[in-house]
Design a protein around this ligand. Structure first.
Ligand SMILES: NC(=O)c1ccc[n+]([C@@H]2O[C@H](COP(=O)([O-])OP(=O)(O)OC[C@H]3O[C@@H](n4cnc5c(N)ncnc54)[C@H](O)[C@@H]3O)[C@@H](O)[C@H]2O)c1
Length: 365
C-alpha cells in the first residue's frame, strides 16, 4: 500500500471560519502539521492555544517555512488580496475565503499573482461542494430540465453581523461578503458568460451598516438566460435561542419565521427548486397535452438535520478536498479565473446601484 503524501498547512486568520479550517485540517488524511497566524501577538497565542495548534504573529515564519505547502486564508476580507499575493509569491498553494478582494483591483491582484507564479489558487465558493447545489447541477447537466433560461434566488435572513464589527463597518458591500456565493451559483447553473447587470438597493433599515442591507441583482447572460437575486438582511426572526423549546434546532424554527434561501431554476423542459430552510430539493417536468402544457413534480429529495452542513454549507468537505488536491499536485476544482468572473458581476452590481444604470461586465477591467 502506498503511503499518502502529507503536507503541512497554515491558516491565516483564526476567527470563526479559521476554526472551521483548523477542524477540517485536523481531520484531513493529507495534512501533517497545522500552523496558525494572527497579526496581533496576544490573539495569535490565545487562539493557537484554544485551537491546539502552533501559532505566530510573524507572517514570515509561515512564508519561509518550506514544509508548509498550502495556506488557507480566513482573515477579514480587507486582508485577502495582500495575504494571497504574499503566500503565492512565497511558493504556497492558496485557498482564500470569498470575497476575492474587496474591489476589482484587488481581485485582479490575486488573479495576476496566481497566473504569474503558476501556483494553485482556489476561492472558497464552498457551495460547489454542498449537496443541495451539486444535486441541482447534476440534474441540469443530465439535461433533465432542458436549457436553463431563468434562475431566481430569494435570500432573506436576520441581522447577525453585529454592531461595530468588521462586517458592519466593512469597506466592501454584502455583494462580495455574502452574495458572491449566490451569484456564483447562478453563473454555474446557467453556464454562459454574464453580460449585463442591473442592480438596485432600497434605503437601509439597519442604520449602523456602512453598506446596503438589501440588494436586487438582475443579470442577463450571453445565451439569453436571465437571473435575479433578491436579498434582505432584516426580516428573518432573530435568534432568541427559543427558551420554550430548547430542543428545536434553528433551521426548523427558521423555516417559517421570515428566513428564505431558495433557488428557482427554470429550464425549457422542467424546473428545480432548492429550499435550505425546508431541507428540500424538488424537480418539475414539463410535458404537452392536447389542452395545455403540463407541469408535474417528479422528484423530491429531503435530508436530515444531522446532514445540514454537508447539504447546505460544505466548507469542511471543500477544505479536505483542497488539501487532497494540493497534496496530489492537482489543479483547483474551481479555477480562480472563474471566481474572478463572479466577482466582476458583483462589482458591476455595485456600480449599477451607485450609477443607477445597466453595467456591462466588459466595462469591469
Ligand atoms: N460560508 C462561507 O463561505 C464563509 C462563512 C463565514 C466566513 N467566511 C469568510 O471567512 C473570513 C473570516 O470570517 P470569520 O467569520 O471567521 O470572521 P472573524 O471575525 O470570526 O475572524 C476574522 C479573523 O481574522 C483576523 N485578522 C484580522 N486582520 C488580519 C490579517 N491582516 N491577517 C490575518 N488575520 C487577520 C481577526 O483577528 C479574526 O481572528 C471572511 O473573509 C469571511 O467572508 C466565509
Amino acid at each position: 500500500m502506498t503511503s499518502l503524501n502529507k503536507i503541512d498547512v497554515a491558516i491565516l486568520g483564526l476567527g470563526g471560519m479559521g476554526q472551521t479550517h483548523v477542524k477540517a485540517a485536523k481531520d484531513s488524511p493529507y495534512v501533517n502539521k497545522i500552523y496558525g497566524y494572527e497579526p496581533k501577538l496576544d490573539r495569535a497565542m490565545s487562539r493557537g492555544k484554544e485551537l491546539g495548534i502552533e501559532s505566530t504573529s510573524d507572517l514570515n515564519k509561515i512564508l519561509n517555512n518550506s514544509l508548509i505547502k498550502l495556506v488557507y486564508i480566513a482573515a477579514i476580507n480587507e486582508a485577502h488580496a495582500e495575504l494571497t499575493e504574499k503566500a503565492l509569491r512565497a511558493g504556497k498553494a492558496v485557498m482564500c475565503e470569498k470575497p476575492m478582494g474587496i474591489n476589482i483591483k484587488e481581485a485582479k491582484q490575486m488573479l495576476d499573482a496566481a497566473n504569474q507564479t503558476g501556483q494553485f489558487l482556489q476561492i472558497g465558493f464552498e457551495l460547489h461542494y454542498s449537496k443541495i447545489y451539486t444535486l441541482a447541477k447534476e440534474w441540469i447537466d443530465k439535461e433533465l430540465i432542458g436549457s436553463v433560461i431563468n434562475c431566481h434566488c430569494r435570500y432573506y435572513c436576520s441581522e447577525f453581523h453585529l454592531k461595530n464589527t468588521w462586517r458592519s463597518k466593512s469597506k466592501g458591500t454584502l455583494i462580495g461578503e455574502k452574495l458572491s456565493h449566490y451569484i456564483d451559483l447562478q453563473r454555474w447553473f446557467i453556464g454562459s458568460p454574464a453580460e449585463e447587470v442591473f442592480s438596485m438597493s432600497a434605503p437601509n433599515v439597519i442604520y449602523y451598516f456602512n453598506h446596503p442591507d438589501n440588494h436586487q441583482i438582475n443579470i442577463r447572460f450571453k445565451n439569453g438566460a436571465i437571473s435575479n437575486l433578491n436579498f434582505s438582511m432584516f426580516i428573518g426572526e432573530s435568534d432568541t435561542k427559543n427558551p420554550n423549546d430548547p430542543l428545536m434546532e434553528m433551521l426548523t424554527k427558521q423555516s417559517d419565521d421570515g428566513h428564505f434561501l431558495q433557488y428557482h431554476i427554470f429550464g425549457t423542459k422542467g424546473a428545480i427548486e432548492t429550499d435550505v430552510f425546508r431541507r428540500r430539493i424538488r424537480r418539475w417536468q414539463f410535458s404537452d397535452s392536447s389542452k395545455h402544457m403540463i407541469s408535474k413534480i417528479v422528484e423530491t429529495v429531503t435530508y436530515s438535520p444531522d446532514d445540514d452542513m454537508e447539504w447546505i454549507h460544505n466548507t469542511y468537505g471543500q477544505n479536505i478536498r483542497i488539501s487532497e488536491l494540493v497534496a496530489k499536485g492537482l489543479p483547483p476544482d474551481n479555477p480562480a479565473t472563474d471566481s474572478f468572473e463572479t466577482m466582476k458581476v458583483g462589482f458591476a452590481a455595485e456600480i449599477s446601484e451607485q450609477e443607477k444604470r445597466i453595467v456591462k461586465t466588459n466595462e469591469i477591467v
